[in-house]
Design a protein around this ligand. Structure first.
Ligand code: SF4
Length: 227
């Protein structure tokens, strides 16, 4: 069984790891419960649901760190995206990623999390966030009642029409969105009037995370308009 994947068009030259969404997301917000992309995907793609479930079960076992170490070595990619689906669900699991990052100092790990909203997970998450080869951004959306301090942010753009209808927007939220940069991959697709269907069909090269590196470097706040 392989835990890591290598074929995500948006990510580019990197491996990725995912687990079952929602049950592994203790910091989930009203907004993400409503719009969670992974939840939708696992309903239409049985293969994703099964792979994420298997990964979730394996992540709780004693061989997880060693297996990920072996796969990272095998794939030999410069970057690892942790959680295209899922989140850091308990401290023991966060510790496993701290161990993996320590074991693989030449690989840069990056992830977005809402688990900073759970007080008992914050200390361990900050230990992971502060590692040299880790970039961990706090996901924020308009349903949040506070913006975390001391974190770089991944922000859902409040200009999304459906979001405005659903949730109130406060001044602090507007300020962090206006101080952030628009995800380069989304911007590329919007500026060129492309759709993912077209990109796949015509094999159009797009901006990928491994080319862009903004979130991998973790020095700027980024916002996402969403599709
Ligand atoms: S800003 Fe760059 S690195 Fe971040 S999600 Fe968008 S393309 Fe990927």
């Amino acid at each position: 069984m392989n835990l890591l994947t290598t074929h995500n068009v948006k990510l580019g030259n990197m491996v990725a790891f995912s687990i079952t969404p929602v049950i592994t997301c203790p910091g989930k917000s009203k907004w993400c419960e409503k719009y969670c992309y992974s939840k939708k995907l696992e309903k239409i793609r049985k293969s994703c649901r099964i792979a994420w479930e298997n990964n979730y079960i394996f992540s709780q076992g004693p061989e997880f760190v060693e297996k990920i170490n072996l796969e990272l070595k095998y794939h030999d990619r410069p970057y690892c995206r942790v959680h295209v689906s899922g989140d850091f669900y308990i401290n023991e699991y966060i510790q496993k990623w701290i161990d993996i990052a320590k074991n693989n100092p030449t690989i840069k790990f990056f992830s977005f999390t809402r688990s900073y909203r759970i007080p008992e997970l914050v200390e361990k998450l900050e230990e992971l966030k502060d590692m040299e080869n880790v970039s961990l951004l706090a996901s924020v959306d308009p349903s949040h009642d506070y913006i975390p301090q001391g974190w770089k942010l991944a922000i859902v753009n409040e200009k999304r029409e459906r979001t405005i209808k659903s949730f109130p927007i406060n001044d602090e939220y507007q300020r962090v969105v206006s101080d952030s940069i628009h995800c380069l991959e989304e911007k590329f697709i919007e500026d060129n009037g492309l759709t993912y269907k077209q990109i796949k069909k015509d094999k159009i090269p797009i901006m990928t995370c491994s080319k862009c590196k903004v979130c991998i470097q973790g020095k700027k706040n980024v916002h996402f308009n969403g599709k």
